[in-house]
Design a protein around this ligand. Structure first.
Ligand code: NAI
Ligand code: MG
Length: 358
């Protein structure tokens, strides 16, 4: 029997609650499936670790997880630690050195969930956003001098490379090609950002030539927010830079009903390093410890992890279970307008897995 070694890093806030729920569900799923199992190694890295040790993870942290089959990540962020420390110290400290350059964010309206968009009931909104996850606006290039003085200067330089843009655009075309509509929208801002974004557009046009069966178009990021809201049915696969996709995917999550549902995969497609799977949401201080965090985003990212591991039937089984549960409003957590708890949703998904006989 195959055993997958998973590095579990729940980190902060509700990350701890949803990852615990995710592990429980994955173990039940493996047992139901019968052909594989999981071995979870737990790492207590995060803001509490930082308060004790002055770092978010140990110096050899990446070495401890680099041979795992995947990383199952909660969320970072604490009210009393600056966000740039928690983010750069853990999440980006894993994503960037492990070259998880393709950030994949599926968005659709699950059964039973109401979109804030008046005319959208489900099939009109079925997207995958591909976010460039290794460079661009979050390359970390820049600096700050004369701090606190009137002549203080600060820069964040968006850095794009031909190889970095080529690989993400190519990844997006391939993904679009694998989906029934074979439709890709390349998000840009080449009217105002006249260097890197112009190169981005040029590379998109070059790569498109290798995918003649994919229909593609280009959209300025500001206009994209309108199109997502007004004409969601005209979109399918979307590729955008690190910053643009960061923002657009929060909008996508909201349009699909709640941030508590939205999953993401940080992929190293070449598999040189492990990939990382996480809910999009943060540590949610406002609901931490209340037992009401929506675990659906984590279950959905667990499906992405299963697919990445090559366990597509198990991924499908988990997604069916999730959809059976979201279809029942009495099992909605408060972010979806209900009053179910994390425990109740988790139990219901486990029951649905066990009752699934497809
Ligand atoms: P957040 O995603 O933690 O919360 C935003 C709002 O959505 C809150 O009202 C929260 O209660 C709600 N929410 C989020 N996930 C939910 C879930 N699963 N179930 C029910 N409700 C949910 O974003 P916020 O408040 O801006 O940031 C809090 C902390 O998280 C900050 O320190 C931030 O830097 C960090 N953060 C970390 C991320 C990561 O680790 N990938 C991503 C986003 C934020
Ligand atoms: Mg974000």
């Amino acid at each position: 029997m195959k055993t997958y070694n998973i590095a579990a890093i729940p980190a902060d806030g509700i990350g701890v609650e949803v990852i615990a729920a995710g592990i429980e569900v994955l173990d039940v799923l493996a047992e139901k499936n019968g052909s594989f199992s999981f071995k979870f190694d737990h790492f207590d890295w995060g803001s509490d670790y930082y308060k004790k040790h002055g770092v978010m993870m140990p110096a050899d942290g990446r070495d401890q997880i680099r041979n795992h089959d995947a990383i199952f990540f909660g969320a970072v962020g604490a009210p009393d630690v600056p966000d740039h420390i928690t983010l750069w110290g853990l999440r980006l400290a894993i994503c960037q050195p492990f070259d998880q350059y393709a950030n994949v964010r599926p968005t659709r309206i699950l059964p039973g969930i109401t979109s804030p968009l008046r005319h959208v009931s489900g099939p009109e909104l079925d997207w995958v956003i591909v976010r460039e996850n290794s460079e661009g606006e979050y390359a970390g290039v820049g600096g700050r001098v004369h701090q606190g003085h009137p002549n203080e200067v600060a820069t964040d330089v968006s850095m794009m490379t031909r190889s970095g843009v080529d690989r993400i655009i190519r990844f997006a075309f391939k993904l679009a090609q694998s989906r029934p509509r074979k439709l890709l929208t390349v998000v840009t801002k080449s009217n105002a950002q006249r260097h890197a974004m112009v190169m981005w557009d040029e590379i998109a046009a070059e790569v498109a030539a290798d995918f003649p069966d994919v229909t593609w178009d280009k959209m300025l990021v500001d206009a994209m927010t309108m199109r997502m809201t007004m004409k969601p049915q005209t979109l399918d696969t979307i590729v955008a830079t690190n910053l643009h996709a960061d923002i657009l995917s929060d909008l996508a999550a909201a349009l699909a009903g709640s941030l508590g549902i939205a999953p993401t995969a940080n992929l190293n497609p070449e598999r040189t390093y492990p990939s990382m799977f996480e809910p999009i949401h943060g540590s949610a201080f406002d609901i931490t410890g209340k037992g009401i965090a929506n675990p659906i985003a984590t279950f959905w990212t667990a499906c992405q992890m299963l697919e990445h591991l090559g366990e597509k039937p198990a991924a499908d089984r988990l997604m069916r279970a999730v959809e059976r549960v979201t279809a029942d409003p009495s099992l909605h957590t408060p972010d979806l307008g209900g009053n179910a708890t994390t425990r109740q949703v988790t139990d219901a998904v486990i029951a649905a897995i066990n009752g699934d006989n497809e």
